[in-house]
Design a protein around this ligand. Structure first.
Ligand SMILES: [Zn+2]
Ligand SMILES: [Zn+2]
Length: 256
């Protein structure tokens, strides 16, 4: 079975919750024959989430499960604030994301040129260091877009990306977290899933559970690339995907 565990109905503040708007996301998911859809707004818009609407729709649909999660920006100084945020609702899962490195919004188009002045190997090292701290915090269920640092096509020179991510993968395994296979990278200059196939193989060999994610910011993007993500998981050796319910994980057969 297939699911999409990373969907933004508010996008970056452009849209608001309404019954008709949310139904469009759910209907697209049904048209892709997804069995579950997870709404995961950026935590910046947490005050605009209409939980009651999601709960009502959850009761109305019996052929698709509606999950309620949250995508949270991590940096070390935010840990206490995040702890309070995630305690405010019984979320099915919390996705942890690194969009900022020491205040630099590296994946934002306006700040892409920050890479021009930096050593790419040092940037990768720092990225995975912060990701490690995020895993250590114990605040998250799922790791978002694992190797987002490659978004604009930058690659480390000294070592492969795999080299930089061994330590964090060990920590993810120990802390029993999931990693999403996020298809947004297919729509970005890098043109690859997050994580890429080599890292995915490494994860499969370590038996790190995965979810599937489109990172849709519009109803038309729901389920986009999720089949490719599932195929990549299968090719890497996965035969199951994780379904999450109030933080508890159940493994389901990965059917393409
Ligand atoms: Zn993100
Ligand atoms: Zn997202």
């Amino acid at each position: 079975m297939l699911l999409d565990y990373h969907v933004h109905a508010i996008a970056h503040g452009e849209y608001q919750y309404s019954r008709e708007w949310i139904r469009q996301f759910i209907e697209t998911a049904r048209s892709h024959k997804l069995r579950e859809i997870g709404f995961t707004e950026h935590d910046e818009y947490i005050a605009e989430i209409d939980y009651r609407l999601l709960e009502n729709l959850r009761r109305e649909y019996d052929d698709i499960k509606i999950k309620i999660g949250l995508e949270v920006d991590y940096w070390e100084e935010r840990e206490n604030q995040i702890r309070q945020l995630v305690a405010g609702y019984p979320y099915d899962y919390i996705i942890g994301s690194i969009h900022y490195l020491d205040g630099w919004a590296f994946d934002h188009p306006d700040h892409r040129d920050g890479f021009d002045h930096l050593d790419i190997d040092q940037v990768c090292q720092r990225y995975f260091q912060v990701l490690s701290q995020m895993v250590d915090s114990g605040l998250f269920t799922v790791v978002a877009h694992f190797d987002l640092i490659k978004k604009w096509g930058h690659r480390p020179v000294g070592h492969s990306l795999n080299y930089y991510c061994h330590e964090v993968l060990n920590k993810i395994k120990k802390s029993d977290m999931c990693v999403e296979i996020n298809s947004a990278g297919l729509r970005k200059p890098v043109g690859e899933l997050y994580p890429g196939q080599e890292i995915l193989k490494l994860m499969a060999s370590m038996k790190i559970p995965v979810t599937l994610a489109s990172d849709a910011h519009h109803p038309s993007e729901v389920g986009e690339g999720v089949r490719e993500a599932a195929q990549a998981a299968w090719a890497a050796g996965y035969r199951e995907i994780a379904s999450l319910n109030r933080g508890k994980r159940v493994m389901l057969p990965l059917l393409l």
